[in-house]
Each structure stands twice: as C-alpha cells, then as structure tokens.
Write a protein that binds this ligand. Structure first.
Ligand SMILES: C[C@](O)(CO)[C@H](O)COP(=O)(O)OP(=O)(O)OC[C@H]1O[C@@H](n2ccc(N)nc2=O)[C@H](O)[C@@H]1O
Ligand SMILES: Nc1ncnc2c1ncn2[C@@H]1O[C@H](COP(=O)(O)OP(=O)(O)OP(=O)(O)O)[C@@H](O)[C@H]1O
Length: 290
C-alpha cells in the first residue's frame, strides 16, 4: 500500500546563530546549528489536477491560504522546474505562531516539497527540488530533511545531520510577530562588511554537558537587535531564566520565540507550567529538540 501523502512540519530552532558578515546582495552570511522540535504544523496532499491549498488550525488566519503562502510558492517553483509535475490540493493544519523565528512557513514549504517529491518519485537530492527550496526562502533548505544540522551561507549550505543528545526544551512565544527583514536591518551591518565576534564553536557528536558548554560559548547575534525592536523578547528570556533547572535561555532565529534548555522532561514541563501561569496569553510548549 502506498504511504499516505502526509508529513509533519516541525518548528525549526536555531540553537546558535552567528552572523559572519553581509554580502554585496544584502543577505547575511550565517553559521547556525539548527534543530527541530517535537511540535509543528501538519501537511497533507490530495493529488488532483489543479494546485490548491486549504488552511485550518489556530494560526491559520495569520498564515493565510493565498498565493503568499510558502506552501504554494514552493510548489510553483518546483512545477516550473519539473515538466509534468503532479500536484493537487494541500491541507495545512497551522499551529505554530507566525513570524516567530521558528521557521513555520519555511518548514511548511519544505514539507510541501517532500510530499511532491514522494508523489512524483523524486529523490530529496534532486537538483530541481533543492533549487525550489533555496528560492522559496533562506530557511527552507535546512527544513527539507528536518534533522539537526549546521546551516551556512545565507542558508543555502546545509551540513550532514549532527547527532545531538536529547535536548529537553521549552519554547516561548509572547504572541507578537517579528518581521525577519527588520531584525537584520536593525543589526546595522553594511553590505560587503564582515561582522566582529568570536568564531562558532565546533559542535556535534558530544555528550549533553559538552554540548551545553559549546552552546553557552556561542550566541544568537540577532538577539540584541530583536530585543531592541520588541522588549517582550527580553521579558520572555527573563521568565525562562527564572525557572528552576534552566541551563540555557536563548532566542531562535529572528525572534520573538525564545527557548530554554533543561536536564530532563519533568523540569521542562514544570518550567512550561510556571511560565504559562505568569503569562497565560503566551504560546508555551515543552518539547524535545533533535
Ligand atoms: C533568521 C533565520 O531564520 C535563521 O535561520 C533565517 O536566516 C531567515 O530565514 P527566512 O525567514 O526563510 O528568510 P527569507 O524569507 O529568505 O528572507 C527574509 C529577509 O531576511 C533577510 N535575510 C535572510 C536570510 C539571510 N541569511 N540574510 C538576510 O539578510 C533579507 O532581508 C530577506 O529579504
Ligand atoms: N505557511 C505559512 N506559515 C506561516 N507564515 C507564512 C506561511 N506562508 C507564508 N507566510 C508568511 O511568511 C512570513 C513569515 O512567517 P514564518 O512563520 O515563516 O516566520 P518565521 O518563523 O520568522 O520564519 P524564520 O524563522 O524562517 O525567519 C509571515 O509574514 C507570513 O504571513
């Protein structure tokens, strides 16, 4: 029996994010260890003659179901490159906060490409698929096969999977959208300029304590500009840091979602409960990153 055309679009978390400089085309050169959460959106594909999209779920309205949705953008970019590509109607269950630094739209787009690959018998290494991912958005290539990896360049260079110990985390979004281009602009790097800052530490194949030390030695360079633009990022970080057993608190991507790391699942769940009780209006999830 063929596998059903359905897949999970997990939240992407930048465990580190170093900005190395700004290219002449305005994009920033990055070095980032990316992991994926147990929480995410769900996407399925009903094969048919015309390409379409239906969106439901708690954040469906914010994501939209029109041409601007990255699911349709990715599918169209692939259809332009693969003659006779079979498509159909996508059904997206949208749960992740939108414009949140956890790559919701990018992960949905990558999930759409995975489903189209499955329907059309294309390998994920297919050059047309890789090109469609890159053109859809900087975070889409790393989301194509959602396992922890290093991401480099503007996002187009994706390393092999990195083995991570189980990372028990809490994700916190204060429910304010933060636009990625504004945060990069606020960083204030001129085109063609290199950034200052320590090199990215070596990561991968480490025990949990060694990885934690390496993560602590790294940073998210977009955190200071995002905090300036949206003070709730700072409040979310402080609330995470105040929970028992928090080992590291950092922002993901361009924010506003921040994450805390904990030694075990009960600690992460207790922290999530504490943050929820202080801020019942926020989006808070205890999860495992891998
Ligand atoms: C911040 C990250 O989430 C880290 O993973 C990504 O770099 C952003 O990925 P994304 O949201 O998929 O980004 P895109 O939609 O491709 O780009 C949005 C805008 O962010 C800026 N941008 C993005 C990626 C990058 N390496 N340098 C940039 O300067 C550009 O102004 C771009 O117009
Ligand atoms: N499927 C989708 N889900 C969410 N947003 C989408 C989707 N398609 C298009 N968008 C648009 O993309 C923009 C960015 O949303 P998204 O949730 O992907 O941001 P993000 O989490 O900050 O991404 P990143 O971490 O990659 O910067 C929003 O303005 C939103 O309207």
């Amino acid at each position: 029996m063929p596998r059903p055309l359905a897949t999970r679009a997990p939240a992407k978390i930048n465990l580190t994010l170093h900005v190395l400089g700004r290219r002449a085309d305005g994009y920033h050169e990055l070095e980032s260890l990316v992991a994926f959460a147990g929480t995410g959106d769900d996407l399925s594909l009903e094969p048919g003659d015309a390409l379409g999209l239906a969106v439901r779920g708690p954040t469906a309205t914010l994501a939209g179901s029109g041409d601007g949705n990255l699911v349709l953008k990715a599918a169209r970019l692939l259809a332009e490159r693969v003659e006779g590509l079979r498509t159909g109607t996508f059904h997206l269950v949208k749960r992740l906060p939108v414009a949140a630094g956890i790559g919701g739209g990018s992960s949905d787009a990558a999930a759409a490409l995975r489903l189209l690959a499955r329907l059309n018998g294309l390998p994920l290494s297919d050059p047309a698929l890789r090109e469609a991912a890159r053109l859809t958005g900087a975070d889409v290539p790393v989301c194509l096969e959602p396992r922890a990896r290093m991401m480099r360049g503007a996002g187009e260079f994706v390393g092999p999977p990195v083995r991570l110990p189980r990372l028990h985390a809490v994700l916190v979004n204060p429910r304010v959208p933060v636009e990625t281009p504004r945060v990069f602009r606020e960083l204030g790097l001129r085109s063609g300029r290199a950034a200052e800052g320590a090199a990215h530490p070596e990561l991968g194949g480490m025990s949990a304590p060694a990885l934690l030390d390496a993560l602590k030695a790294a940073r998210n360079d977009l955190e200071p500009p995002a905090r300036r633009l949206e003070p709730l990022v700072g409040e979310a970080l402080e609330r995470i840091r105040a929970t028992a057993g928090c080992r590291l608190a950092r922002m993901s991507g361009s924010g506003a979602t921040v994450f805390g790391l904990y030694g075990d699942r009960p600690a992460a769940e207790a922290a999530a409960a504490a943050i929820r009780s202080g801020r019942p209006d926020w989006w808070v999830r205890a999860t495992i990153l891998r």
